[in-house]
Design a protein around this ligand. Structure first.
Ligand SMILES: [Zn+2]
Length: 292
């Protein structure tokens, strides 16, 4: 396990926090800016609340609703919503990203160990959901836009279909660059391509149509029906059908579907070098590697 005490700083001002933060304390305070971070059952929550950022504040309650929907969806059909077992797309991302060195997994999800992570590697995961504890790696609760890690810490940073769950993906990539060592690699699995909804506010009918289409596509894509069975599939459809799309979101789980061009643009803007890319059409995905 990676010792978090060596890596963690205040999510907002990046000052050192008092060491031994996980030893029986219920919160830790930043000596520089005074922000307080909770520790619950040994898990450090480095989410800056409220976030020091008007854009995040304006979307925070909608984002929490999206997170709740995500949690319900994961719980109802984990084998199709999480990178667990031998999911082919997760294995393909592992083959592409070739995890090595000290790894940060941004949006690692609630599962004990995502399929794309190496067994026994030096991994730190960050996610807004506490999820199953303990994880098979060092875990800190937090958000992608405010990473609680020192500058130039990690050899590799992964976003495994998580970038589109972040309120401000562009800000998160800038944070990832800050926490990445020189010559370090950022590997991104962008999924949900080809199902983007145009900007603006689509009519309710159009939204339902798009949702239905997307739902059908994902059921077919993952060979879902044959593996999960009809009754669980119907109950899952029922769960999703009862979800609401929060204000400002494009569906029950995302503010917007990303497209690869947009992500490439952000990487170029950040002066990161795009070194490799690979299409993975079976899951409407693209894998991208960029270096600092
Ligand atoms: Zn601080």
């Amino acid at each position: 396990m990676v010792d978090l005490n060596d890596l963690i700083v205040c999510s907002v001002c990046h000052a050192d926090l008092p060491l031994s933060i996980l030893d029986g304390q219920s919160e830790v305070g930043c000596p520089a800016c005074g922000r307080r971070y909770a520790v619950d059952r040994g898990v450090l929550d480095m989410t800056p609340l409220p976030p020091p950022n008007e854009f995040l504040i304006s979307r925070w309650s909608s984002w929490q609703k999206l997170q709740d929907n995500g949690m319900l969806s994961y719980t109802s059909a984990p084998e199709f919503n999480l990178s667990i077992g031998n999911r082919k797309d997760a294995c393909a991302f592992r083959d592409f990203s070739k995890p090595s060195g000290l790894i940060l997994d941004i949006g690692c999800g609630p599962q004990v160990r995502p399929t794309y992570l190496p067994e026994g590697g030096a991994v730190v995961g960050i996610d807004p959901l506490v999820g199953e504890q303990p994880r098979a790696f060092s875990f800190v609760q937090g958000i992608g836009e405010y990473l609680p890690f020192r500058d130039e810490t990690f050899d590799q940073i992964l976003y495994a279909s998580s970038l589109d769950h972040i309120i401000d993906p562009e800000r998160s990539l800038a944070e990832a660059k800050r926490c990445l060592k020189r010559d370090g690699r950022i590997c991104i699995w962008i999924d949900g391509l080809g199902s983007s909804i145009s900007a603006g506010r689509p009519s309710t009918r159009k939204k339902h149509q798009t949702r239905a289409k997307k739902g059908m596509k994902s059921l077919l894509r993952h060979n879902w029906l044959s593996e999960i069975g009809l009754s669980r599939t119907l109950s899952y459809i029922g769960v999703v059908a009862r979800m609401t799309v929060p204000e400002g979101a494009s569906d029950c789980f995302h503010f917007a579907q990303l497209n690869a061009g947009e992500v490439f643009g952000w990487l170029i803007q950040l002066n990161l070098n795009i070194t490799r890319q690979q299409d993975y059409p079976e899951a409407d995905s693209v894998f991208v590697e960029a270096m600092k």
